[in-house]
Design a protein around this ligand. Structure first.
Ligand SMILES: *Cc1c(COP(=O)(O)O)cnc(C)c1O
Length: 332
């Protein structure tokens, strides 16, 4: 397949002192009257330096949701292929499988949310092209055992996608360091969580040059708009601010977890390496409704496998967390 060749692909040097009459744009400067850089060169260079991954092993998407969709479309044949996912986990893998007419073989995590390598491999079919692993996992908050992932990377004859949306909240090292050791490894990250930029929609994909070249061919030419590229550059350049916020969120996560232990209707607090905490309560529907009445919205995850009566609570600002704890105290 030949990708769409845009004006900005054919003459790339936007910074050059040239008269640009090649893209039918409005010539009057408004900061956004020109098409964005389709290869996001400045942004990728900065990410490349910070993450120590060459730019030709990076692809950017309109959120990691777009990256995941591109992976489906590039590597799975509709009505023919299958993927593996490991519930309870991020809901988009199943939505994207349905959307792309791909069978989703679901192999449950163990009740402690660890993955079961033998069970997973036993469920692989000849048409299984992708395996999705979310680490730290949403909604459970745990990171997945490295040795188990290594086993799967070696034994599975398809692509392994490790979703690291919450990687900035854990001490575990990112799998981006291993993309050159495993040609079938794809790592996704996002600016939606730790970086505080859910609204700009920026997802990042790291993989071998070959995989990135394929994804580049099928991505929409201008999928990362100018405002997003500018905002992402600014946030990534201001590393200290993000680091400070992460530090506060981690302190608050620990404070919340400790405090929640003292409430009698909280039955279990799952250890978290993300910016949320999963808790098991006596009656999740009841506690959810009570919190809504008090002006606090958490996520009821009761319908998810192994998550009976579980609520997922995002870590808020210190004042928001104090409000949560105060309101919980009034519940009987
Ligand atoms: C929030 C989240 C994402 C983020 O997706 P974006 O499209 O980048 O906002 C991806 N994966 C998981 C597991 C998430 O929880």
């Amino acid at each position: 397949m030949k990708p769409y060749s845009s004006a900005r692909d054919e003459y790339k040097d936007l910074e050059a002192n040239m008269v640009f009459l090649d893209a039918n744009e409005n010539p009057f400067n408004s900061a956004v009257n020109r098409y964005p850089d389709p290869q996001q060169t400045a942004l990728k260079t900065l990410i490349s330096n910070q993450k120590n991954v060459p730019t030709n092993q990076i692809l950017l998407g309109n959120g990691s949701d777009e990256v995941l969709d591109l992976i489906f479309r590039a590597f799975c044949e509709p009505n023919q292929d299958s993927i593996l996912s490991l519930p309870p986990t991020y809901g988009m893998y199943n939505v994207l499988a349905n959307l792309n007419a791909i069978e989703n073989i679901q192999v449950p995590l163990a009740s402690n949310f660890e993955l079961e390598v033998d069970k997973i491999l036993a469920n692989v079919k000849t048409n299984t092209k992708l395996l999705f692993i979310c680490s730290p996992n949403n909604p459970s908050g745990n990171t997945v055992d490295c040795a188990a992932i290594e086993q799967l990377l070696s034994a599975f004859n398809g692509l392994v996608v490790i979703d690291e949306a919450y990687i900035d909240f854990t001490d575990e090292t990112s799998w981006t360091e291993r993309i050159n050791s495993y040609p079938n490894l794809i790592v996704t990250q996002t600016l939606s969580k730790a970086y505080g930029l859910a609204g700009i929609r920026l997802g990042i994909c790291y993989a071998s040059q070959e995989i990135i070249a394929i994804l580049n061919k099928i991505k929409p030419p201008y999928n990362i708009n100018t405002l997003t590229q500018d905002a992402a550059l600014k946030a990534l350049e201001n590393k200290n601010k993000v680091a400070d916020q992460i530090k506060t969120i981690l302190q608050e996560r620990n404070r919340l977890a400790k405090a929640l232990e003292t409430y009698s209707f909280v039955k279990k607090i799952y250890p978290s390496e993300a910016n949320f905490i999963l808790i098991k309560v006596d009656d999740a529907n009841k506690r959810y409704d009570e919190l809504i009445k008090k002006g606090i919205v958490v996520r009821n995850r009761s319908s998810q496998l192994h998550c009976e009566n579980c609520l997922r609570i995002s870590v808020g600002t210190p004042s928001e967390n104090t409000q949560l704890l105060t309101k919980l105290k009034t519940l009987k």
